[in-house]
Write a protein that binds this ligand. Structure first.
Ligand SMILES: N[C@@H](CCC(=O)N[C@@H](CS)C(=O)NCC(=O)O)C(=O)O
Length: 226
């Protein structure tokens, strides 16, 4: 199995998905808590391009970017398959995972961060809901994105369970109404029931604090821009 370490930060949705994958596979790992406001030599050396967490160190060899880490974990430890076996289904799962990270996560973050309460914010929320409508279609009539058991796309979407509501609280904004997105809502309820998933969920207060600190930091950078 080799030595496995995860450089992460509690509250990060990108790290939690990796922890979920390691736990589902039964891989023992050491968790190294990173201070993102004062990054360690180890992080900078392991991820010199982005200097972001999570970083998986397998026998000291770094793997970066959470979606790639999930694939690496799936290829390295065969126990509990995460990606579908069928090539078309696998490509489709990768497509939606990238869509979730590039569009939904970033769009939700932007909507949360908008200070303007007017038309621009309403438009941002509408755009986010259009994106989530695609995901709602993917889960309609299914228990999990992975079928009867959770897989890669469930782990990627897992952030919807708590992180999204923490964002809604910090940004004082409602992004996903359960009545408009009933299948996604039901999926989140099913996902949270899984013991391994539940054990690794941060507290809602931790997340609210995490987003608040992040938001304050970004706003201070913007305010001090020359
Ligand atoms: N695309 C990356 C995103 C990782 C990411 O944004 N990590 C954040 C924490 S949640 C980070 O390290 N931020 C520090 C920074 O941007 O300087 C992934 O999927 O791993």
């Amino acid at each position: 199995m080799g030595q496995v370490k995860l450089i992460g930060s509690s509250g990060s949705l990108f790290c939690t998905r990796v922890e979920w994958a390691l736990k589902l596979k039964g891989v023992d790992y050491e968790y190294i808590q990173e201070d993102l406001l004062n990054k360690s030599e180890l992080l900078i050396k392991s991820n010199p391009v982005h200097k972001k967490i999570p970083v998986l160190l397998h026998d000291d060899k770094p793997v970066v970017e959470s979606l790639l880490i999930l694939e690496y974990i799936d290829e390295t430890w065969k126990g509990y398959p995460l990606l579908p076996q069928d090539p078309h289904e696998r490509a489709t799962a990768r497509f939606w995972a990238k869509f979730v990270d590039d569009k939904c996560v970033i769009g939700s973050w932007e909507a949360m961060a908008m200070q303007d309460e007017g038309e621009a914010k309403t438009k941002a929320i509408e755009s986010i809901q259009e994106l989530y409508a695609f995901i709602e279609k993917q889960i309609e009539g299914k228990k999990f994105f992975g079928g009867e058991q959770i897989g890669y796309l469930d782990l990627v979407m897992g952030w919807k369970t708590l992180w999204l509501s923490a964002m809604e609280e910090v940004g004082n904004v409602k992004l996903l109404d359960p009545e408009k997105f009933p299948s996604l809502h039901q999926w989140a309820e099913n996902f949270k029931q899984i013991p391994i998933i539940n054990e690794c969920m941060p507290q809602q207060e931790t997340l609210v604090n995490y987003f608040q600190v992040g938001l304050n930091y970004l706003r201070s950078l913007a305010a001090n821009k020359p």
